[in-house]
Design a protein around this ligand. Structure first.
Ligand SMILES: Cc1cc2nc3c(=O)[nH]c(=O)nc-3n(C[C@H](O)[C@H](O)[C@H](O)COP(=O)(O)OP(=O)(O)OC[C@H]3O[C@@H](n4cnc5c(N)ncnc54)[C@H](O)[C@@H]3O)c2cc1C
Length: 419
């Protein structure tokens, strides 16, 4: 089939890779540059920690496994020495506050209910596991989630682009302003259009009708299938197309939709795990820098982005880094970052139209889910529906269905590790 993927974030590039590997003729359209959106400014903790309901936990747990498979397949794409970007470092979760006993009991109970690996780690072992941290005397234990890790997202982005280039897939700089659903399977109309654009005729005749992408320069092109993977902007693209992808509106910043993400200068700190706590989240990067979040400043996104805010947050991050490591770690930058966040916090993945020509893949936790969603999108476009995705169909919003089970953490407003 001839397929257009709209958006070159981690989801769009991952999906394009799987589709091209399956032999489809794929074009990626991206209005800025690859990884221009959330995928560039992500903490990229790969985890299924504290994720509800059960079906959402399951896809995130599968997402971790899918990254290992993807890495195995693409490790030699850019270099012969088997470059890696997915690091199963394990995640340490610490509560420095007075609620530690209750926090750990709840997190262990939730993890065990899902069969998600977790264990308590006493102070002496913590010092061995993470000698770079200046563990306070009164912190008697923390939790270790051994299956978790992090993605060097910039490296993954480059590897995906290299894999696509090797397969001759074009990443075209163009803005999609509207998509048009095709006709039902069997009624092939590929190449036909409403505005007389004659380009892009193709696809396997008889497989599907011609869906069409309209671009901001007035041109349009027909495809057998369209995949909308435009992150937060998927909402407007769908609305302009008479479709619905209910994403959170980023025009007003809130803790739900935005985050303040810090990047340090290259640091002489040998951090070995993803470290998540009530004071600071920090994880290593391939170039010696560290990604940082400080929960107590997150609410300040409501003030809106300003150089003053970013400077103040940078100072708070340096303070927390020094408190954690006992040495000064200078910040390089703080990014005021909008999330790609479906209205109910869960993923939206599946066909948007009855004819099944326009597919959508948007989600928060997209770093964790990218490799899995890429595999499953290719599978579903080939006609094989995935039971794993049943709770995350776009139709749930119009049908008033919610995913089964608890949809949020009991302490939803704030919980350790909130991304
Ligand atoms: C601060 C922060 C921390 C995070 N931490 C984690 C974490 O620890 N773990 C985790 O799993 N996830 C995390 N996430 C979420 C994760 O980063 C995102 O879910 C993921 O990057 C979404 O990828 P995407 O490809 O869907 O969207 P994006 O990366 O936003 O890509 C969408 C692309 O589409 C392009 N585009 C938009 N509209 C159009 C159009 N009309 N035409 C053409 N192109 C278009 C954009 O330019 C962009 O390049 C975090 C996100 C943020 C912001």
């Amino acid at each position: 089939m001839k397929i257009c993927v709209i958006g070159a974030g981690v989801l769009g590039l991952g999906i394009a890779c799987e589709l091209s590997a399956a032999g489809h003729a794929v074009t990626v359209v991206e209005r800025e540059r690859p990884f221009a959106g959330a995928s560039r400014r992500s903490f990229a903790w790969i985890n299924a920690n504290n994720k509800f309901p059960s079906s959402y936990h399951s896809i995130n747990a599968e997402g971790i496994r899918a990254h290992a498979q993807l890495q195995e397949r693409l490790a030699h794409t850019r270099s012969e020495d088997g470059e890696t970007w997915f690091h199963v470092s394990g995640g340490i979760l610490a509560d420095f506050g007075g609620e530690r006993t209750a926090t750990y009991a709840k997190r262990i109970a939730d993890a065990e209910a899902e069969g998600y690996p977790v264990r308590r780690v006493a102070a002496a072992e913590l010092r061995e596991l993470e000698p770079a941290i200046a563990w306070p005397e009164d912190l008697d234990e923390a939790l270790l989630h051994p299956s978790e890790g992090y993605l060097d997202n910039d490296v993954l982005g480059e590897v995906l682009q290299a894999a696509l280039a090797q397969r001759g897939v074009e990443i075209r700089t163009a803005e999609a302003v509207r998509v048009e659903s095709g006709t039902a399977a069997g009624d092939s109309a590929a190449g036909g259009g409403t505005d007389g654009a004659a380009d892009g005729v193709g696809g396997a005749a008889g497989l599907a009708g011609g869906a069409r992408v309209h671009f901001s320069d007035g041109s349009s092109e027909a495809f057998d299938r369209i995949v909308v993977a435009a992150g937060a902007a998927s909402r407007e693209l769908a609305a302009a197309s008479g479709l619905s992808i209910p994403m959170a509106d980023l025009s007003t910043a809130s803790e739900r939709t935005h985050s303040l993400l810090g990047l340090t200068q290259p640091a002489d700190v040998d951090l070995r795990h993803v470290f998540i706590s009530d004071r600071i989240n920090v994880r290593p990067r391939h170039d010696g820098r560290l990604w940082v979040q400080v929960p107590r400043v997150e609410a300040r996104v409501a003030e809106g982005e300003s150089p003053e805010l970013l400077a103040e947050v940078s100072a708070v991050m340096e303070e927390e880094l020094e408190r954690l490591f006992g040495v000064r770690v200078p910040m390089e930058t703080v990014i005021f970052s909008g999330r790609s966040f479906p209205e109910d916090g869960l993923s939206i993945i599946g066909f948007l139209d009855e004819a099944e020509t326009v597919y959508c893949a948007v989600t928060h936790s997209g770093m964790t889910l990218a490799a899995l969603f890429a595999q499953l999108t290719a599978q579903e476009l080939a006609g094989e529906e995935s039971a794993l995705l049943a709770d995350f169909r776009p139709s749930r919003f119009t049908e008033g269905r919610t995913a089964g089970g608890r949809s949020t953490s009991a302490d939803d407003a704030y919980f350790i590790g909130k991304q």
